[in-house]
Design a protein around this ligand. Structure first.
Ligand code: NAP
Length: 484
């Protein structure tokens, strides 16, 4: 996958064939905006409909494939991704701006996810045989594939998020139409290119690149698409939900977060600062699980802020491929403008500026910004709205009860963390945080791939993703009665 190959080959994959788009687009390197990462094919609605039709035609074949065949296909994809993790990580770092070690780690994770679901294909769970309440009747409960699944993904994890949707969809016998975010079309294409060589029947897996409003919306609207799995912003998620509900399609949404990290007075402060730095600022803060609210008990508030400020000053913001870079660039100029506007708005509403939040110049022209920290109050916008950049605020809490109340006072409910040496507090927090995932003495961002992922309230809708729980979305339950 050399750069020249990419520029020729980032095409749609529809019904087992590579196809040109109706128009084309360019994805650029956010570390060096002079570099085009790829020229990619852009579909329109009618081309998306061709992909959907191909997936619908392929479904009867793939849905009846044996578990062994599905396992072999997924295992082959996973092995190739793992073998090429460095190369895929390099592409990801160039296109999305994650640092190279983060990007290689993400590529490896995508491979591990395919391997995990290769195993799951062999043990489709949930089947039960029960005695009926009636004499001489037996009841069984089985899981079946859904049909065509439309997968719409964001730019911030351009290999891992598609992997954790595509792998379970195929493992459970569904056919797939995958639409990546336009900003990361080369990553979407690279994944599709590996999948295209995995002996799937034509039409079982399709890639359509293009705008969400046209291509994504075509997936949402099509009566041939049985289910939609979406990850992205709340605003788009609501459109997807309304469109899917109108025609009663199954839908799963993973959206935004404003995740709290509590730091209690008894915490190991060095560890708490480390959790805050990793959780709030690594991956340029562009993670739905980022800890953008740091809720600190009064006795350690000032010491925590002082240590965090010192750590932020030592972080190197720079080119994603440069050795030693801690924080890569923001993904594009639109997101950078959004982040800088959020910083300006925080100042205007009276949040106390501690450090950072400025656009930076580097040797190459890119979307660089320094990590920003504010002291805020819970009602201020900086403490309530997702920014999706390297910006966090510290909120002072009188005691643990107050900290928990602040943590839960948000429309979101994805992930929440606590740093404490008290087992009792940790257990209480795990039980009472209104979120889908909790962390004790760990950053809020950074999860395992074999267990459920997702949240509550405005952060998520529908069954959880990943792990064995993925079966709940990607299958339909059937109850059978037999009179002996
Ligand atoms: P976004 O703007 O909502 O876009 C997400 C995807 O939806 C993209 O592929 C986009 O296409 C597509 N889309 C746009 N309009 C559409 C429409 N009308 N119908 C169907 N699809 C449409 O989100 P983003 O900026 O890419 O990603 C950042 C957001 O994702 C953040 O809010 C973050 O919290 C969230 N996120 C959540 C999780 C989670 O698991 N909870 C994980 C990662 C990210 P184009 O943009 O290509 O046009």
């Amino acid at each position: 996958m050399k750069r020249s190959d990419l520029q020729q080959k980032a095409r749609q994959y529809i019904n087992g064939r590579w196809q040109s788009g109706v128009t084309s687009g360019l994805s650029e390197n956010p570390s060096d905006t002079r570099e085009v990462v790829t020229e990619y094919a852009r579909a329109d609605r009618s081309q998306a409909e061709l992909a959907i039709r191909a997936a619908a035609d392929a479904f009867p074949h793939w849905s009846q494939s044996t578990p062994q065949r599905r396992a072999d296909v997924l295992d082959q994809i996973g092995s190739e991704i793992l073998a090429r993790r460095e190369e895929l990580g390099l592409l990801l770092a160039r296109e999305e701006g994650k640092t190279l070690p983060e990007a290689v780690g993400e590529a490896a994770r995508a491979g591990q996810i395919f391997k995990f679901f290769a195993g799951e294909a062999l043990r489709v769970s949930g089947s039960q045989v029960l005695a009926s309440v009636r004499a001489d009747v037996q009841v069984d409960v089985t899981r079946e594939p859904l049909g065509v699944v439309g997968l719409i993904t964001p730019w911030n994890f351009p290999l891992a998020i598609p992997a954790w949707k595509i792998a379970p969809a195929l493992a459970h016998g569904n056919s797939v139409v995958f639409k990546p975010s336009e900003l990361v079309s080369a990553c979407g294409w690279a994944l599709a290119e590996i999948i295209s060589r995995a002996a799937l029947p034509a039409g079982t897996f399709n890639l359509v690149m293009g705008s969400g409003r046209e291509v994504g919306q075509a997936l949402v609207d099509s009566p041939l698409v049985d289910a939609i799995s979406f990850t992205g912003s709340v605003a788009t998620g609501e459109l997807v939900l309304q469109g899917a509900a109108r025609r009663r399609a199954k839908v799963q949404l993973e959206m935004s977060g404003k995740n709290p990290l509590l730091v209690l007075a008894d915490a190991d402060l060095a560890r708490a600062v480390d959790c805050a730095v990793q959780g709030a600022y690594f991956s340029t803060g562009q993670r739905c699980t980022a800890s953008s609210r740091l809720i600190v008990e009064a006795p350690v508030h000032d010491a925590f802020v002082a240590q965090l400020r010192q750590r932020l000053a030592s972080l190197k913001v720079g080119h994603a491929l440069e050795r030693g870079t801690d924080i890569g660039p923001v993904v594009d100029r639109v997101q950078l403008a959004r982040n800088l506007a959020a910083v300006a708005s925080a100042r205007e509403e009276g949040a106390e500026h501690v450090c950072g939040g400025e656009a930076l110049q580097r040797a190459t022209v890119g979307h660089y910004m320094s990590p920003a920290l504010f002291l805020a109050r819970p009602e201020q916008r900086i403490a309530r709205e997702e920014i999706f950049g390297p910006v966090a605020c510290v909120l002072r809490a009188d005691d643990y009860a107050h900290a928990l109340q602040i943590a839960n006072d948000t429309p979101f409910g994805l992930c929440a963390g606590i740093c404490t040496t008290s087992l009792a507090r940790a257990m209480h927090f795990k039980r009472h945080a209104k979120v889908g995932m909790t962390m004790v003495n760990l950053p809020t961002a950074g999860v395992d791939y074999h267990v459920p992922f997702g949240g509550r309230k405005a952060s998520s809708y529908g069954p959880r993703e990943q792990g064995r729980h993925a079966a709940e979305f990607y299958t339909s339950v059937k109850t059978g009665y037999v009179h002996a």
